[in-house]
Design a protein around this ligand. Structure first.
Ligand code: HH2
Length: 336
């Protein structure tokens, strides 16, 4: 039976002397949980983890778009769509999009994630031409006016190609590079980093009845297979970011299980990205009905993820999340 290793991270100030660095960052771990299908987790010393897994858990990650992966970064969300669940219709005009990009940058976003197709549950697909029309001008303007790293949130090679030409530097695909067979070769040919996200089903039907044997381990296996496929196609591990895909074909319990054990994904040897901002499960748990009232819950999830060593947090509320991170890092790491 396959074993999966979920490190138990603590800040360096609280770690025992023999603790190891988690992904080359400021967190340490001296113990891990062994997760197995149909078995209770077992707690072991880090020294009992197989050497190849331990190497991937501890190795420093290469920078992504110039961002040092030894500390957490905020990826600001910029949806140039009429129908995104939180910011739909607000940034369709390129001038408004650039103004929001500037605000997100000033608030502390390291990367701006620009998307032209909503992938919220039930969303209808968008033709490539329309998606290109939405994202191309804003990306060109953001890169030329702000010089800020941009990722393109798309499932389509035609859209990604035009976005890269306009200055985007990372391809973020919520289908985990399974939707368009041309997207992997494009990423390899351009030598750009990618974010490979797990989703079960497509946006129109994914929330109908998602099912897993063990959501954490099923998602891990999917991401591992996609990382292996990307490496085989010429995208090295150092350029791959992994994301468990909160809300994409997941129930409330699935989302919570993934968040609780998110540190297991460090064993893939890639930076981990999390996108939970303002999503429906936060409303379900807190009673916050509209997306824009889910900021406190979103910040709580981002802080939890950062405490587990997640390197990139995809958020709408950059300023609020940054403030929470500043306090957390001052208390736990003595950074003032
Ligand atoms: N979530 C959304 C879109 N893109 N990309 C990654 N890597 N991870 C995510 O969790 C993720 C994502 C959905 O959120 P949003 O963009 O705010 O809404 P919409 O899909 O309605 O545009």
């Amino acid at each position: 039976m396959t074993q999966y290793y979920r490190p138990l991270p603590v800040p360096a100030t609280l770690a025992p002397k023999d603790a190891l660095p988690l992904a080359g960052g400021g967190l340490r771990f001296a113990e891990a949980l062994v997760l197995q299908r149909d078995c209770a987790p077992e707690r072991i010393a880090a020294s009992e983890i197989p050497a190849d897994v331990l190497d991937r858990l501890t190795a420093a990650r290469a920078p992504i778009l110039g961002c040092d992966m030894a500390r957490p970064h905020l990826m600001g969300i910029l949806n140039v769509t009429p129908d995104s669940f939180s910011d739909g219709g607000r940034y369709l005009d390129p001038t408004a999009a650039v103004a929001q990009a500037r605000a997100l940058t000033e608030a502390g976003a390291s990367i701006l994630d620009v998307g032209g197709e909503s992938t919220r549950p039930g969303a209808a697909p968008v033709e490539s031409d329309e998606e290109i029309r939405r994202v191309e001008a804003p990306i060109r303007e953001i890169v030329s006016q702000l010089g800020q790293p941009v990722s393109i949130d798309t499932r389509k090679a035609a859209v990604a190609a035009r976005a890269l030409d306009a200055g985007a530097g990372l391809i973020n695909d919520v289908s985990g590079f399974t939707f368009d067979p041309e997207l992997v070769p494009l990423a390899a040919a351009h030598g750009v980093p990618v974010c490979v996200m797990h989703a079960q089903g497509d946006p129109q039907t994914m929330q109908d009845a998602p099912r897993y044997e063990d959501v954490r381990l099923d998602v891990y296996d999917f991401l591992k297979a996609r990382v292996d496929a990307l490496i085989a196609a010429g995208v090295p591990r150092a350029r791959i970011v992994v994301d468990p895909g909160i809300g994409f074909g997941k129930t409330l319990d699935h989302n919570l299980a993934l968040l609780r054990d998110i540190a297991v994904f460090h064993a893939l040897g890639c930076p981990v990205l999390l996108g939970a901002s303002r999503k429906r499960f936060i409303g379900t748990l807190s009673g916050a009905g509209s997306a824009d009232t889910r900021v406190p819950g979103s910040v709580a999830v981002a802080l939890h993820a950062a405490s587990q060593g997640v390197q990139v947090l995809r958020v709408h509320d950059v300023s609020e999340t940054r403030q929470a991170f500043a306090l957390w890092r001052a208390i736990e790491f003595g950074e003032t």
